[in-house]
Ligand binder design. Structure first.
Ligand code: VAH
Length: 312
């Protein structure tokens, strides 16, 4: 039985559907800081992850044997309010790890390419390398990776995690991320036929389509632990592209699509501090990671699904 925090977030809102399909609706408890706007399938509890006592009670009452901690503030939001980000990201993570330790639960939480900094090798970034991030989000992610490893080595908690690249999805409108330009662009391509990018042309970042991210979580959690020499923070990525390439991919469906640039210096600085392309070979070797969507396959699916969602 799995408890998900941040179930209404960009990953959480699709993760719960994936888990319900894999394990049954009643075996997945969704939690988030607010009630869902419209009703969602399966059990739901309001939970502020900074309330450790409530988290323990909710997990115990549900009889959860696994916690997937997805509640966090993303990079741009965290830069705007670093103290709040530290308290939510680290306080929430500590509560989730303590709950997992006390109730002997399996544990998943995502890290990010944001855990790397400007001094990290930018191309084929190794699984184990220098991590000196220059954002509060990155500091939270590096500290989180170390904390999850600590709970495994010190307390034997079965902690597992991946470093996600930018994730593209059409269900929850993400907010507060740096890679979110690659989501917004698809919405605007349909509603306006053009997009003004806040990330500069030529800024290459790792990306992945949400269905591949969800499969990666399930595959890692079901992996044979004896085969895992890494635990948390597996590099995973499906593709890397710069804004001009995603525009070109969209033009294969919307020939007159126009791309302009109005760079946001804050989010550009965050993007510039991240790698261009990370090396996912440890995930491939240790638990069979594979992604099935490339840029053109993602674009075709995003535009088709968004046309329906926006009834364009
Ligand atoms: C962000 N989408 O932009 C998240 C993610 C790698 C990017 O961490 O902050």
């Amino acid at each position: 039985k799995i408890m998900v925090t941040g179930a209404l977030g960009q990953i959480g809102s699709e993760l719960i559907g994936k888990l319900q399909k894999e394990y049954g609706e009643d075996n997945v408890l969704s939690t988030d800081i607010r009630q869902p706007a419209e009703s969602i399938a399966g059990p739901f509890e309001v939970l502020d992850v900074t309330d450790g006592k409530k988290m323990y009670e909710v997990a115990k009452d549900f009889g959860a044997d696994t916690i997937m901690h997805m509640a966090a503030l993303l990079s741009a939001r965290a830069e705007a309010d670093p103290l709040f980000a530290w308290n939510l990201n680290m306080g929430g993570l500590m509560n989730a790890l303590e709950t997992a330790r006390e109730l002997n639960m399996h544990f998943f939480t995502p890290s990010s390419i944001g855990a790397f900094g400007p001094s990290t090798p930018k191309m084929n970034t190794p699984q184990d390398t220098l991590q000196r991030p220059t954002t509060m989000y990155g500091v939270n992610k590096v500290a989180g990776e170390l904390l999850c490893d600590y709970y495994f080595h010190r307390f034997g908690v079965d902690t597992r995690g991946v470093r996600f690249p930018g994730l593209i999805s059409y269900v929850a409108q993400p907010g507060g991320g740096t890679t979110d330009y690659a989501v917004d662009i698809y919405y605007k391509a349909i509603t306006d036929g053009k997009y003004e990018s806040f990330i500069a042309e030529g800024t290459c970042m790792d990306m992945m389509y949400m269905p591949d991210a969800l499969q990666a979580i399930v595959d890692l959690m079901e992996a044979d632990p004896a085969k895992l020499s890494h635990r948390n923070a597996f590099n995973v990525t499906a593709m890397c592209f710069e804004p001009g390439e995603i525009a070109a991919s969209i033009r294969k469906h919307i020939p007159n699509f126009e791309m302009t640039y109005n760079v946001d210096p804050v989010r550009q600085a965050i993007a510039d501090s991240w790698p261009d392309h990370i090396d996912p070979s440890a995930a491939v070797t240790e638990w069979g990671f594979k992604a099935s969507y490339d840029l053109d396959a993602m674009t075709a699916d995003m535009l088709e699904k968004l046309k329906k969602k926006l009834n364009a």
